[in-house]
Design a protein around this ligand. Structure first.
Ligand code: URA
Length: 264
């Protein structure tokens, strides 16, 4: 097997484990990948997509957050923001990720869905909510007349896949937050849906969990002064594991539909 094939096989193995719910040892995978790259023949090493990416660590966390704020402020459009996120080196998750999953759907749509972060399929495609949970999300939105093809914009509170699909840490969320806020300011959605506890708690800086937050209307205000009603809902991945919660999720969707109609 050539070195690039070995690296691809390692990445495929990691994704397979993640799909099966097995926590891969990321440090081990990284060490094996690094060793394969170090041994690569010159022609193998030529592919830019396969070159090792090492993020410089000379800055402190607060400096990276400040840099994220500056980059976000300078962005005037979604495509500016996408370039800024993809070029941002402050989040270590980027080292192991294949792509940043920035956003999908209609730019400037009246409804914005914000999830917690990419999984294996999102990492592969560089788009949010394109795996099994994303398919369920599409069906949930479709049931109340919403879709990413016509009236929904979809993003996450974190853009790079955490190893083994763990939750993003507070530091990782803080690094992405300026981009999330700016996305809201540029898109000016009439209504925001926070998919899952990680997203809802982080967006609202709340200490209570999704069990208490779901079914309530909250308000999100960005540093730039844009505000919109925010509705926390169960994450579709949670509903795949706990289908008995779908009746509560349905009630929440109907509440969102009613509020959205009132705003339209
Ligand atoms: N779960 C999320 O919260 N976001 C995605 O993009 C995919 C799965």
């Amino acid at each position: 097997m050539s070195q690039p094939q070995q690296i691809q096989a390692l990445e495929a193995l990691r994704d397979w484990w993640a799909e099966m719910g097995v926590e891969a040892d990321e440090a081990e995978i990284r060490a094996l990948t690094k060793a394969a790259r170090a041994n690569a023949a010159p022609e193998d090493a030529a592919s830019p997509a396969r070159r090792p990416r090492t993020i410089p660590r000379e800055k402190r966390h607060e400096d990276w957050v400040e840099e994220a704020r500056n980059l976000s402020r300078a962005a005037a459009s979604f495509s500016d923001l996408k370039s800024a996120i993809e070029g941002f080196d402050g989040c270590l998750l980027k080292e192991a990720a294949r792509h940043a999953a920035c956003f999908d759907g209609v730019e400037g749509a009246p409804v914005m869905v914000i999830g917690e972060g990419p999984g294996a399929e999102e990492d592969k495609q560089g788009l949010p909510f394109v795996g099994r949970a994303g398919q369920l999300l599409d069906r949930m939105l479709g049931a109340i007349g919403l879709s990413r093809a016509t009236n929904v914009f979809i993003t996450n509170v974190n853009y790079w896949r955490p190893p083994g699909n763990r939750n993003p840490s507070d530091e990782e969320l803080a690094l992405c937050r300026p981009f999330v806020d700016r996305m809201i300011e540029i898109g000016q959605p009439k209504l925001i849906i926070a998919a899952g506890g990680v997203s809802a708690k982080s967006l609202l800086q709340a200490s209570i969990g999704i069990m208490k937050l779901r079914g309530t209307e909250q308000k999100l205000e960005t540093p730039g002064g844009y505000s919109a009603p925010l509705f926390p809902i169960f994450h579709p991945a949670f509903l795949l594991r706990r289908p008995e919660e779908k009746s509560r999720a349905w009630r929440d969707l109907l509440q969102i539909q009613e509020r959205f109609e009132a705003l339209s």
